[in-house]
Write a protein that binds this ligand. Sequence first.
Ligand code: ZN
Length: 288
Amino acid sequence: MPEGDTIFRAARTLHRALAGHVVTRFDTAYAPLARVHDDTPITGRTIDAVEAHGKHMVMRFSGDVTGPLALRTHMRMHGSWHIYRPGERWQRPPRDMRIVVGTADFVAVAFNVPDAEFERGTDVGRRDAIAALGPDLLSPDFDAAEAVRRLRDRAGVPIAEALLDQRALAGIGNVFKSEVLFAGGVLPQALVETVPDDTLARLVDIARRQLAVNVSDATPSFGRRTTGRMAVAEGLWVYGRGGRPCRRCATPIAFARQGLGARPTYWCPRCQQGSPPLQQEPRKPPGR
Ligand SMILES: [Zn+2]
């Protein structure tokens, strides 16, 4: 599943290719989008910006007599945006095409994007699905205190699931969930109410730094990394490493399916056992 860093990279790539250019081609497999194009054509408009909002991508178009438009898409499990030169062979079959936005120099193609809609006006991104998002880890005005507050609201929820809740904070997917908790030394099953404020704040800070590294132009786009090691095989602390030795203490990495959708969670039973901090009263390890 695409995570916040993937969408951020995709939006940035599209923005660099498309922003400031006039749309010369628009195609879509979705009737509601085609109807908007029929009524108020997308061709002839300028692409003002392509932005990531959590896991949503927003492509903003300049106005005609009816005002500006924005195309909001969400990748869900299998969606993706590609960018091609006109005439270049697509890497996915045409039947997977959902939306095409072309300029003189580039063709942006959305494949298997299940969630797409046009919104009118300039306040797109502040409404509906996007307005419900928590603070965006990749936004320059990310509000860490607000993210901690929203996590705190999920008192009875295991921390791993709270971190995935995009209404608490936006950008963490299943890979970063496990990686952030390892780096923070917190068990995925720990209920939020048992995690002290400073630990929550540290997790938020770690998440922000891990995502930032993964959208840096200096980081190759293949393979995520949270360990600071460049070798792809050593890029992650725990995710996908069930049964293999912890990179810090050599304890076999544990694996379980957790929460909504039974998503895989990985952790080190030793490195993450001390959470919340050891100076606290002993307590029953939740969920284990
Ligand atoms: Zn360990």
